[in-house]
Design a protein around this ligand. Structure first.
Ligand code: BGC
Length: 728
C-alpha cells in the first residue's frame, strides 16, 4: 500500500467525467462567460451574504438556504448561486435555525489521529452528499491550520501539527467533497494559530520557515485536493491582514503555486476595497464587515482604474473556473431525504480509527465482557459524547443529548452551548457487557464518585475539555476539578480507566496513578459505541497522536498564551487606537510541535505519532532508494495474537546540515496475527529540503531515515546519499 493513493486519484480527478470538466474546458468556459458579463453583473460573484437571519435589517433572498453564506448567481448566463455551509465536521448546525439535523463526524483532531487519507475522502464525500441533499453546493472546509499552540480554541477543528500529515489528510477531505460536485475550501490561510485577538494579532514569521511549515500544509493540500477556493484568515501576517496580504495571496498562492481557484474571505475579515488588489476574489458574509467593499465600491474603482478593472475580470474568471471545474452548474443540489444510518457508519469508521490508546499498564484493557461491575463517572457519559463549539458545530437529528448554556453576549450568545451528541457510552458499554452491573455518577461530588468506584470491579472516568471557536482555553488542565476527581477515583480503585474527550492535548497530573488512558477526542455521532468497542476489544485501537502532548505549558514555544483574556471589543478598540499585537512565530519557525520538542530536548508527555495497540508490530529497517522521488520500503509484521492496524511513520533524522526530526512519509496496514506486509512509502522531497533564497534547496550528501512508532520512539537509522538539487 502506498501513502499517496489520493494523488493518483487527484491527477485523474481534474480531467474525468466525474469532475464534469477538463481543466482547459473550465478555463475556456470561464473566459467566455466573463466576456459576456454586463457591467452590472461584474460584482455579483465578488461578494456574498451571511445567510443567517439574525442581524436586524439584513434581508436574505428567499432563494438562499439558511447557512453560513450565499452568493447570488447570474441566471442570464447560467451561473449558479453559491449556497455555502460550514462543513469540516459535518453539515453544521447554524444555531439550529435551519431546523434539521446532520451527521456529526469526529473532530478534525480525531480525523488527524486516523492518519488515513482514504477515510478522509469517504468522510468528505459523505458530508458533501448531505450538503447537496440540504440544498448546498459549497462547503467551508476543511481547516488545516497547524497546531502551534494547543490552547488554541479551534485545535479540535484542525488535523495536527505536521505539514505533510495535515496537507495529505486535508487534501483528501477536499478531494472527497469535490468528487460529489460540491466546491470545497481549505482554510484559514494562514497562520491563524490562536483565537485570542484573532482579528488583530499579527503572526510574524520569516518566509523560509513559513514555507516549510504552515504554508507547506496548504501547498500540499491544494495539490492533493484542488479546492475550488482558499479561505483567507482573520489575523494579520507579517503586518498585513491575511485577506489583504499581497505576499500571501498574490505572491505565494497565485504566483508561486499557480493556484487557479479563488480566494474567499473569512466572515468579517475584509477591511477595504483594495484587498482585491492584494489578491482577494470574494468578500464573504459582507454585512458583517464595515462595508460591502467588493460590491458597489469595487465597481466604482473598476470604472476609474484599469488595475481594478483587470482585477475584476480575473476575480470573475477564477470564481467561474472553480464553478465549472467542480461541475456546480451541471449538477445542482437537489433536496432529498438522507440515509442517516448509512452516514453514521462513516462517522463510526472514522471514530474507530481515531481513538488513541495512550496508556495500558498490565494490559488492563481490553476489558472482559464478563466483568461484574463497572462504575462510570462523569463526562455526561450516561447521555452522549462532547462536541466542539462554533461554526463547525453539527447538531444531530432530534437534537443534542445534553446542551449546557455557556453564556456570553450578543445575538449569538444563546447559541453558545456545550453540546453532547446523542451516543451514550454507558448504553454502549451495557450492550457489550450485558451481565455487568453498570452504574453512573455525574462526578460532581468526590465522596459520591469515590464510593461508587470503591465497590466496583472497574471504574471508568470520562473527562472532558470543551473547546470552541472564538475563545482559547487558558491552560491545558482539565476544567471543573476533573483532575482531582480522577486522582480520587484512582486512589479508590486501582483498576481505573480514564477516557478523555478533549479538543486536543491536556496535562495529566494523575497519570502515574491510572493504569489505562484512552483519548477519544470529540468522537462524533457514534462516539459512544466506538469508545465501548475499544474498551472491550471489539476494536483494536489504532489511532496515533497527530499532535504532541506537552508535559507542561512551560515547554511550549510561548509558555504564556499571547494576549490571552481580552474581549473582542477591547481588542478592536486598542487596534483602532493604533496598538499592534505581534506574535513571534520565529521562536520555533518551522520546528512546530514534535520538532520543537526534538530541538529543545524537552520530552513530551506523549509524543506525536504515539498510540498503543492490543497486538504488537515489528518493523524492518527502511530501505531507501535515492533519486528525485525517493521512496522507502519496509516490512511490518503483526507479532501478536489479534488483528490490528499499524501506522508506521518514516522520519528524517539527519541531513548533511545536522540532526533533525521531520515526518517524511507514513503508511498504514491492517494485519492478521502473524501476517507481514511490505509497504512502499513515497518520501516528500520538500521535507528533505530547506528553503533558501526563495527556493527549495536539497544539499548533496547523506540523509538518515528511521521508522518510528512515534516521533520519539525510532528504530535503526538507514542512510542514503542524495544529489544536490534546487527547485522553486
Ligand atoms: C469562521 C470560518 C467559517 C465562517 C462561516 C468564521 O467565523 O472563522 O471558519 O467558515 O465563520 O461560518
Amino acid at each position: 500500500m502506498t501513502i499517496r493513493p489520493i494523488l493518483a486519484a487527484a491527477l485523474v480527478f481534474g480531467c474525468t467525467p466525474a469532475m464534469g470538466q477538463t481543466k482547459d474546458d473550465a478555463d475556456a468556459r470561464a473566459a467566455a462567460t466573463e466576456a459576456q458579463m454586463r457591467q452590472d453583473e461584474r460584482t455579483v460573484l465578488t461578494h456574498g451574504l451571511w445567510a443567517i437571519p439574525l442581524i436586524p435589517g439584513v434581508v436574505i433572498p428567499p432563494e438562499a438556504v439558511t447557512g453560513a453564506g450565499y452568493v447570488s448567481g447570474i441566471p442570464r448566463l447560467g451561473v449558479p448561486a453559491l449556497f455555502e455551509t460550514d462543513a469540516s465536521l459535518g453539515v453544521s448546525y447554524i444555531a439550529g435555525l435551519r431546523g434539521d439535523g446532520a451527521t456529526a463526524l469526529p473532530s478534525g483532531m480525531a480525523m488527524g489521529a486516523t492518519w488515513n487519507a482514504d477515510l478522509m475522502r469517504r468522510g468528505g464525500a459523505m458530508i458533501a452528499d448531505e450538503a447537496r441533499a440540504k440544498g448546498f453546493n459549497t462547503l467551508l472546509g476543511g481547516g488545516i491550520n497547524l497546531i502551534r499552540d494547543p490552547r488554541n480554541g479551534r485545535t479540535f477543528e484542525y488535523m495536527g501539527e505536521d505539514p505533510l500529515h495535515s496537507g495529505l489528510l486535508g487534501g483528501a477531505a477536499v478531494a472527497g467533497i469535490q468528487s460529489r460536485h460540491v466546491l470545497a475550501t481549505v482554510k484559514h490561510f494562514a497562520l491563524n494559530a490562536q483565537e485570542s485577538g484573532r482579528h488583530v494579532v499579527d503572526s510574524v514569521i520569516g518566509d523560509d520557515a513559513f514555507r516549510m511549515s504552515d504554508l507547506l500544509a496548504f501547498q500540499i493540500a491544494i495539490e492533493e485536493g484542488r479546492p475550488g477556493a482558499v479561505m483567507c484568515a482573520y489575523n494579520r501576517v507579517n503586518g498585513a491582514q491575511a485577506c489583504g496580504s499581497n505576499y500571501l495571496l498574490n505572491q505565494v498562492l497565485k504566483r508561486d503555486w499557480r493556484y487557479p481557484g479563488f480566494v474567499m474571505s473569512d466572515w468579517g475579515a475584509v477591511r477595504a476595497t483594495d484587498f482585491a488588489l492584494a489578491g482577494l476574489d470574494q468578500q464573504s458574509g459582507a454585512q458583517i464587515d464595515k462595508g460591502r467593499w467588493l460590491a458597489a465600491p469595487l465597481a466604482a474603482a473598476a470604472a476609474r482604474d484599469p488595475a481594478y478593472a483587470a482585477r475584476v475580470r480575473d476575480m470573475n474568471r477564477r470564481i467561474l473556473r472553480s464553478i465549472y471545474a467542480v461541475g456546480l452548474d451541471r449538477n445542482p443540489p437537489v433536496k432529498a431525504p438522507i440515509d442517516f444510518a448509512a452516514n453514521a457508519a462513516v462517522a463510526r469508521a472514522v471514530a474507530d480509527e481515531a481513538i488513541v490508546l495512550l496508556r495500558n499498564q498490565n494490559a488492563l484493557l481490553p476489558l472482559s465482557k464478563s466483568v461484574k461491575s463497572i462504575a462510570i463517572i462523569g463526562g455526561h457519559a450516561d447521555a452522549g459524547v462532547l462536541s466542539g463549539g462554533g461554526s463547525t458545530q453539527v447538531e444531530a437529528v432530534g437534537g443534542p443529548a445534553v446542551s449546557i448554556p455557556m453564556g456570553g453576549e450578543g445575538p449569538l450568545a444563546k447559541y453558545n452551548n456545550q453540546t453532547y451528541a446523542p451516543s451514550s457510552p454507558m448504553a454502549a458499554i451495557r450492550a457489550l457487557a450485558p451481565s455487568a452491573s453498570v452504574t453512573y455518577r455525574d462526578g460532581r461530588y468526590l465522596t459520591d464518585a469515590v464510593a461508587a468506584a470503591r465497590t466496583a470491579e472497574i471504574a471508568i472516568v470520562f473527562a472532558t475539555q470543551w473547546m470552541r471557536e472564538g475563545a482559547d482555553v487558558p491552560d491545558l488542565s482539565l476544567p471543573e476539578g476533573q483532575d482531582a476527581l480522577i486522582a480520587a477515583v484512582a486512589a479508590a480503585n486501582p483498576r481505573t480507566i480514564v477516557v478523555l474527550e478533549t479538543g486536543g492535548p491536556v496535562l495529566m497530573p494523575w497519570l502515574e496513578r491510572t493504569p489505562a488512558v484512552v483519548e477519544a477526542w470529540y468522537p462524533g455521532i457514534r462516539g459512544g459505541e466506538a469508545i465501548a468497542g475499544v474498551l472491550f476489544g471489539d476494536t483494536n485501537p489504532s489511532g496515533r497522536l497527530p499532535v504532541s502532548f506537552p508535559a507542561s505549558t512551560a515547554d511550549l514555544p510561548r509558555p504564556e498564551l499571547p494576549y490571552a483574556g481580552d474581549s473582542d471589543a477591547a481588542f478592536a478598540k486598542a487596534d483602532a487606537a493604533g496598538q499592534r499585537f505581534p506574535i513571534d512565530y520565529d521562536i520555533e519557525g518551522a520546528d512546530v510541535g514534535y520538532r520543537w520538542h526534538a530541538r529543545t530536548g524537552r520530552a513530551p508527555l506523549y509524543a506525536f505519532g504515539h498510540g498503543l495497540s492490543y497486538t504488537s508490530f515489528d518493523h524492518s529497517a527502511p530501505a531507501v532508494t535515492a533519486g528525485t522521488k525517493p521512496r522507502a520500503r519496509l516490512t511490518v509484521r503483526n507479532t501478536g495474537t489479534r488483528a490490528g492496524r499499524d501506522v508506521p511513520q518514516l522520519y528524517l533524522v539527519s541531513t548533511p546540515g545536522g540532526t533533525t526530526r521531520r515526518l517524511a512519509g507514513f503508511a498504514q496496514a491492517m494485519l492478521q496475527p502473524g501476517e507481514a506486509r511490505t509497504l512502499d512509502i513515497a518520501i516528500e522531497p520538500r521535507i528533505l529540503a530547506d528553503r533558501r533564497d526563495g527556493a527549495w534547496v536539497l544539499r548533496g550528501g547523506r540523509y538518515g531515515f528511521a521508522v518510528g512508532r512515534s516521533a520519539s520512539d525510532l528504530g535503526p537509522v538507514t542512510y542514503v546519499t542524495l544529489r544536490e538539487r534546487r527547485w522553486n
